[in-house]
Design a protein around this ligand. Structure first.
Ligand code: GLY
Length: 366
């Protein structure tokens, strides 16, 4: 089994398959987590990201529910516990119309049994005293949280390696084709490699791997710039999600501020406009952030697909190839579910109903 890509998705898939008894080899064109994963704020917030998409909300909810068990199992196999925090989100309304939309979404979530609380006036101030005067109310979703994206990826690869997986970095896969005896050949910058199955989890670069008989998988990069600020002040009580940025209370007195959404191709530069726009948005939401120190900016290319949903499933064009890509804004959230779905396909388990929404067929001749 060859997994192309050692970002959060490839690493989760590699561990899940290795734990199921497969012999796994993972290839990455950089170092593990060196693409979008290292620049991710790694939030677990399906009831915000899923606004407007029932299917995304449903798969996000499933993956979120799997997270506690995923982290427990991983911690015991990897011998280390990645940063994992479920302190909730506060989605801030900046005007009355936005507040009405959030309250309507709270009512819809209540019918699904999802606990939320609408806060305004003194209750909002008590929940987050640092919010600026522009906040007219906010929706608290206690089950949301965040994880350390790089930390989690490292733990996944430690656990996969302990199960016999081999990780090879700085090797680029260029083509996947049929070989002899029903096997697949992966052509790489380090020569040809064979496997019974191949999982394509190359994030934004997935479309650069040619697959014989198939269109290039339609994944495009969407740049996100993310700031790390150091702030030895009273920490934020939870994630604060505003209209123009989100703030994640990171351990050690840091606050992450994300993120730009930019269609600029494979340009991984941080820009003056990106950084200043985030700083202005962050200070409008929490004015005291003006006192924070600027630590760093990270840049990642989210793998955008044809819609909000990832492409996960078998290739019709090249039997044995499985796509696990195009996770766009939710790779970290959807990693446990994606790994579970890929394991089901590889182990010939009964088809999971979620696969119908994620099918590669909806994205072209794949
Ligand atoms: N999931 C947050 C982002 O992509 O910016």
């Amino acid at each position: 089994m060859i997994v192309i890509g050692a970002g959060i998705i490839g690493s989760a898939v590699a561990w899940e398959l290795a734990a199921a008894g497969a012999r796994v080899r993972v290839l990455d064109m950089r170092a593990p987590a060196g693409g979008a994963t290292q620049a991710s704020a790694a939030m677990l917030a399906p009831y915000i990201e899923g606004h407007g998409s029932e299917a995304l909300s449903a798969v996000g909810q499933r993956s979120l529910q799997a997270y506690d068990g995923f982290i427990e199992r991983l911690a015991s196999e990897a011998g280390r516990r990645p940063l994992y925090d479920r302190r909730g989100t506060l989605e801030v309304a900046r005007d009355e119309a936005h507040g009405r939309r959030l309250r309507a979404s709270a009512e819809a979530l209540a019918t699904e049994g999802v606990e939320t609380t609408w806060l305004e006036g003194p209750s909002l101030h008590a929940a987050e005293p640092l919010l600026g005067p522009g906040a007219v109310g906010a929706l608290l979703v206690p089950c949301h949280g965040f994880v350390g994206g790089t930390d989690l990826t490292e733990a996944l690869l430690i656990a996969a390696t302990a199960r016999g997986a081999v990780i090879e970095d700085h090797v680029r896969a260029t083509r996947v084709r049929a070989g002899s005896n029903g096997r697949l050949v992966v052509e790489t910058t380090r020569g040809a490699m064979t496997a019974d199955r191949v999982v394509l989890a190359g994030g934004s670069w997935s479309g650069q791997v040619a697959v014989d008989g198939a269109d290039p998988v339609p994944v495009h990069p969407v740049r996100g710039q993310l700031l790390h600020l150091a702030w030895p002040e009273q920490p934020l009580a939870r994630i604060v999600w505003g209209a123009d940025c989100y703030l994640v209370p990171w351990p050690g007195g840091e606050v992450l501020v994300g993120a730009t959404v930019e269609d600029v191709g494979f340009d991984e530069r941080a820009t003056v406009a990106g950084v200043t726009g985030l700083i202005e948005a962050a200070c409008a939401l929490v004015p005291r952030l003006g006192d924070a120190a600027f630590t760093s900016v990270r840049v990642g290319l989210r793998p955008g697909g044809i819609d909000d949903l990832p492409i996960v499933g078998p290739s019709a064009a090249l039997p044995g190839l499985i796509y696990a890509t195009a996770h766009y804004r939710n790779g970290v959230l959807l990693a446990p579910l994606t790994a579970q779905l890929v394991r089901g396909l590889v182990m010939d388990e009964p088809a999971d109903p979620a696969l119908a929404h994620l099918s590669p067929a909806r994205a072209g001749a794949l």
